[in-house]
Design a protein around this ligand. Structure first.
Ligand SMILES: [Zn+2]
Length: 370
């Protein structure tokens, strides 16, 4: 950085921030000086997203100085913001400069690094969902981007799977994977390369905590819950016979979503309507399944759990205050949180959900006590 703040620099300390909502945006907006601006944000993921929103609003340049490797959004132009009770990924502004100082990132608390590992590992599931979404008409799919993200995950999984594991050996692989995930979202102009069904579960956890005025869990820890659930769903889909889908009316879907996640009440009908319209035109589920099975393998529950535990990521639902009812709700309704095709949609189309929900939860190990 070369120098500290000068007399004409405005230094604003926002203190510890919880989640990014319009109140936090308004606070920074009000405290910033008028006139031309170069915004430098020093902090973690929430502050990074805040900077992207304000930079988009002011049309100014933006530098991020990352203080931890807890998520993959450094380079992306998306920002996650809570609006009217719902968590949205909105288009903001990519930073012109990102400062990733190895020593600074390594000195972050381990739990923040652990959260980054979980967010990066979600990439394997997100990529497969992106392939499924392509079958369902998502035009953002890009095989080159998909391949780049998959390859960026290999050093990280090798480090986590190795016999001589150390946090240091994992760190540079983690930063590489997180950077690539962010670049992929920019290249695809969509969060799809790094955010699939597992992130829907994470969004639900965040909304639930928001509604209960609870302190937010680390994003990566919520993503890890989603990853374990999705890994279990892929395993069960591989084992059971497919049947005709269970008939569920749109109004039942809306009711189930609102019961599971009351903050979605105002948005549920519009999303379910869109999903139902899309389902009528989506390719036969058997074709989507065939495409999925031709993509690189996703990790098994056992492999995923071992990787998460090595990085000190919690693998039990209770660690985040979640119970069986939440997980059942996730399997029933996570597909209706966003108008995007994921493994949850495929599982319903193949008759695996909701029939085998209990088996999926059992396989995930999320409710195990040991
Ligand atoms: Zn994420």
């Amino acid at each position: 950085m070369g120098r500290g703040p000068r007399g004409d620099d405005a230094v604003i300390d926002l203190g510890p921030v919880g989640r990014l909502d319009d109140a936090l945006v308004a606070e920074l907006r009000q405290r910033l000086p008028p006139g031309p601006l170069h915004l430098v944000l020093v902090g973690g993921g929430t502050l990074n997203d805040l900077g992207k929103l304000i930079a988009a609003e002011r049309g100014c340049t933006l530098s991020l100085v990352a203080t931890c490797a807890s998520m993959n959004g450094w380079l992306s132009s998306n920002a996650s913001v809570v609006r009217a009770g719902n968590k949205l990924s909105v288009e903001a502004k990519s930073p012109e400069f990102v400062v990733l100082d190895d020593d600074l990132l390594r000195s972050a608390p381990m739990r923040l690094t652990a959260a980054g590992v979980a967010d990066a590992l979600a990439g394997a599931f997100a990529l497969r969902d992106w392939e499924l979404a392509a079958c369902a008409g998502d035009p953002s799919f890009d095989a080159v981007v998909c391949d780049a993200v998959a390859r960026s995950l290999e050093p990280l999984t090798r480090a986590l799977d190795g016999t001589s594991f150390s946090v240091d050996s994992m760190h540079s692989a983690l930063i590489e994977a997180l950077l690539t995930g962010g670049l992929a979202m920019n290249a695809a102009r969509s969060s799809a390369p790094a955010s699939g069904g597992e992130h829907l579960v994470a969004h639900a956890i965040d909304l639930r905590e928001f509604a209960a005025h609870e302190r937010p869990s680390l994003h990566g820890f919520a993503v890890a819950i989603g990853c374990l659930l999705v890994a279990a769903l892929w395993e069960i889909m591989d084992e059971v016979a497919f049947t005709a889908p269970t008939a569920i009316t749109p109004s039942s879907r809306i009711d189930a979503l609102c019961t599971w996640l009351p903050p979605m009440a105002h948005a549920s009908a519009a999303i379910v309507d869109k999903k139902c319209a899309r389902e009528a035109t989506t390719l036969a589920a058997a074709n989507v399944w065939e495409r999925a099975t031709n993509t690189p393998a996703v990790p098994s529950v056992a492999t995923l759990r071992a990787r998460l535990l090595r990085a000190e990521v919690p693998t039990r639902a209770a660690s985040l205050g979640l119970d069986e009812a939440f997980l059942m709700g996730a399997l029933a309704s996570a597909r209706d949180l966003r108008d995007r095709y994921t493994v949850f949609d495929l599982a319903f189309a193949l008759g695996v959900l909701p029939v085998h929900s209990a088996r999926v939860i059992e396989r995930s190990g999320l409710l195990d006590h040991v």
